[in-house]
Design a protein. Structure first.
Length: 737
DNA sequence: GAGCACTGC
């Protein structure tokens, strides 16, 4: 292996002026002396780019690679590019990166930047991380789900001698200055190394336009517009960055900025979105990338940029030249609600640490100001200190399966930096049991070992494996791919264009018989792939080409994994007795029997998972309006807006799920909690077997359908849940009217 | 007759 010249490294004057440079010797010593180290420093301290280079220079690569994790793909790629330039080596050689679909490493790679998800995959194949001498977890304060899991796994780091390791693995945890004591405490009171940052002061101001009682979104859209215009008229030069929660609000705010500017006698030009001296630019994730690019170009001389953005501008994208922040104080957050068994997207106040993060975006190149539209009372009473970490508000099914496959059987007492609620873990275990990924004692089954290989939600993997057993994976692979990319349907803003798109989408639905949204996805996938010019085809049919293209890559990846697994001797093989038109739907049932609903009054459906929630078919479904013809359905996901909607729907027959549904009630939380704790006694096992036998007997006497209905109807808890959802609906309706 | 923040494998 070739080392970069020492002179080359020190000649780099830019990196010598970074705050971290003068601490390099002490840092290297600290890593040498400790197995765990917390390194803290604000953005701009140089820790992400410099520390791996210092360790490389100090000879840490003699016994293995240095791995650096990032929560986001772009960060992993750009930092690796930067470091390879600084070290004057080709990207992919000594310095490389690995993200999904893009492995830019070789056998020479010694400093490897990667996403936290990739590192987790790597641990699945090499649990002692034999190839690494040091692992650096970066951006730990962001508390991404995968980083949190890595923290817990690396805490019990492989020490000297375990599975081929010559030396114990060094673990460095890098975080912004928040909660470093907690991190150090978690890692056995390891030392904390603080590097001064290089950010400029940001003055924080409270505009007192919103208080704890303001819950209405139109109030804060008006407020941010007012503040942004005030900044434009009163403050010195520098761009403005406004934080709102979503696309529709952002568009509304941009329109209001024009209108208000006009009413106070500004000239403006709608096409350029320019009010006199103010260039107004919306920014959100689903925006076409070419439109996003415009945002990074500096405004013309004498013009001030005003970017109205979602949280995407808080971490994922950096806009240079921003000196003023206008903070609405809200964010849209996906929370798993285990009480109703749904994931619900909610608008909630941001945390104080998130507000500081937003303010920090104004101080990257010069001193700045942050205007908070809310008052001090809102700050004190409505905003929590820290954001609830993802691991405590997300569905854990995939993560728990990964942990189980890594040999962590006691998933309740695993070392979590912040422990998820027990019922979230039990929910996940229950789902895994229902999908046959774990057995009654909580051990991973051979099916579970196969399932963990797929980057898909377990239900979808279950359906895919079923289809492969029956030999119809060519139909299921595209469906699985299409369901794991962002929304593929374009919905234009202009009403006449909207109609045009709708007609096109209805035609696409017709090609699959207009009564199965899953089949419609397959149809679109295949039609586009078969067309001469797929991107033109997408455009003509109002389909997002970017999303469809990524569905093609996902399908290829899934197909490769499946091919590999099919070579195993124990890969299941089954024969199908039934008509071909039913084959795909029956396979889907094996992944979606937790998402079964039966039509109840009028156009409503009642979920059969034991929660008995009332749901409606979403208007975007090809089954919308055909409710009267339907009886049993399965659905891919749930959306709570003015009503509880199910999207991506498919009609099924009760016969196809009747043998699966009892599995939903076969195991209770008490059973699982002891499974989870590895405290299943023989007595408990015997009791369960007895119960199961009794249940089987019942089934032969009583029709399973009736029983399930009864279970759903009689439970008062279920009714309470329905009432809760109803209230939620009513609240949402008031909010929207 | 509705409208989905942001990541990641």
């Amino acid at each position: 292996m070739s080392k970069p010249e020492e002179s080359n490294w020190t000649r780099d004057t830019e990196s010598k002026h970074l705050p971290i440079y003068q601490h390099r010797h002490r840092l290297i010593e600290a890593v040498k002396e400790n197995q765990f180290l917390v390194v803290t420093g604000e953005t701009g301290s140089g820790k992400t780019t410099q520390l791996p280079q210092y360790l490389y220079q100090a000879g840490f690569c003699r016994n293995g690679k240095i791995g650096v994790t990032q929560p986001r793909r772009v960060a992993a790629i750009t930092v690796a590019q930067r470091v390879s330039q600084e070290m004057a080596v080709g990207l992919g050689h000594q310095v490389g990166y690995q993200v999904r679909f893009d492995d830019c490493t070789t056998k020479d790679t010694l400093i490897k930047y990667m996403t936290d998800g990739c590192m987790l995959r790597e641990i699945l194949t090499d649990s002692s991380l034999e190839q690494y001498s040091v692992v650096i977890l970066d951006e730990v304060h962001e508390r991404s789900l995968n980083t949190d899991i890595l923290l817990g796994l690396l805490k019990k780091t492989p020490s000297r001698g375990t599975r081929g390791r010559k030396l114990p693995l060094k673990v460095v945890v890098m975080s912004a200055t928040l909660e470093t004591d907690k991190l150090s405490g978690f890692l056995g009171d390891c030392p904390v190394f603080t590097i001064p940052g290089r950010i400029y002061p940001v003055k924080e101001l409270y505009c007192n336009l919103i208080g704890p009682k303001d819950k209405d979104s139109s109030a804060y859209v008006k407020a941010v517009v007012k503040v942004a215009l005030d900044v434009h008229t009163n403050e010195a030069s520098g761009d403005i960055l406004v934080f709102l929660t979503g696309q529709s609000e952002i568009e509304k705010a941009c329109d209001m900025l024009f209108a208000k500017a006009e009413s106070i006698d500004y000239r403006y030009d709608v096409d350029d979105r320019t009010v006199e001296g103010l260039l107004i630019l919306p920014l959100y994730g689903s925006m076409p990338t070419d439109q996003q690019k415009q945002i990074f170009q500096p405004a013309p001389a004498g013009v001030r940029k005003c970017v109205v953005a979602t949280n995407i501008a808080a971490t994922s994208l950096t806009i240079n030249g921003v000196r003023y922040i206008v903070d609405s104080g809200f964010v849209k957050q996906l929370n798993h609600n285990s009480r109703v068994g749904l994931d619900i997207l909610d608008v909630v106040p941001i945390s104080k640490s998130e507000a500081q993060q937003r303010a920090g975006r104004a101080g990257r190149t010069s001193p700045g100001k942050c205007f908070r539209i809310y008052n001090k009372e809102f700050w004190e009473n409505c905003m929590p200190e820290y954001t609830v970490p993802e691991i405590q508000r997300t569905s854990l099914t995939s993560v728990i399966l990964t942990l189980k496959c890594l040999g962590v059987h006691d998933v309740i007492r695993f070392s979590y930096l912040d422990r998820p609620e027990e019922r979230f873990i039990l929910d996940a275990l229950k789902k895994l049991y229902q999908f046959d990924a774990i057995d009654r004692k909580g051990n991973v089954t051979s099916l579970g070992r196969m399932m963990v290989e797929f980057p898909l939600p377990p239900g979808l993997t279950r359906a895919l494996l079923k289809s492969a057993a029956l030999g119809c994976e060519d139909a299921m692979l595209p469906v699985a791919a299409m369901l794991s990319v962002e929304n593929i349907f374009i919905r234009p803003g202009l009403p006449e264009k909207q109609k045009e798109a709708e007609i096109m989408h209805t035609e696409l639905a017709a090609c699959s018989g207009s009564c199965n949204d899953f089949l419609m996805l397959l149809c679109i996938f295949e039609k586009c792939r078969a067309s001469e010019n797929p991107s033109a085809w997408s455009k003509d049919h109002w389909i997002h080409w970017r999303a469809l293209k990524s569905a093609f890559s996902v399908e290829t990846q899934l197909r490769e994994i499946l091919l590999r697994l099919k070579q195993q001797k124990d890969f299941p093989q089954e024969t199908f007795k039934g008509s071909n038109s039913e084959l795909l739907r029956q396979c889907l049932c094996h992944g979606y029997f937790t998402h079964v609903a039966r039509r109840s009054v009028g156009k409503t459906f009642c979920t059969m998972d034991g929660h008995g929630s009332t749901v409606h078919i979403h208007p975007s479904s090809s089954l919308f309006g055909q409710e009267a013809k339907l009886d049993w359905i399965i659905f891919h996901d749930v959306l709570v807006t003015s009503r509880v909607y199910v999207r991506t729907v498919c009609p099924i027959r009760y016969d196809w799920v009747k043998d699966l549904l009892p599995k939903l009630h076969e195991i209770d939380v008490y059973d699982l909690s002891s499974v989870a704790r590895e405290e299943v006694t023989d007595e408990e096992m015997a009791r369960w077997e007895k119960k199961r036998a009794a249940q089987k007997q019942m089934e032969s006497i009583e029709d399973a359908s009736k029983k399930l209905e009864k279970r759903n109807d009689e439970s008062s808890i279920t009714e309470a849940r329905s009432r809760y959802l109803q209230r939620k609906q009513n609240r949402a309706q008031t909010k929207h009217s």
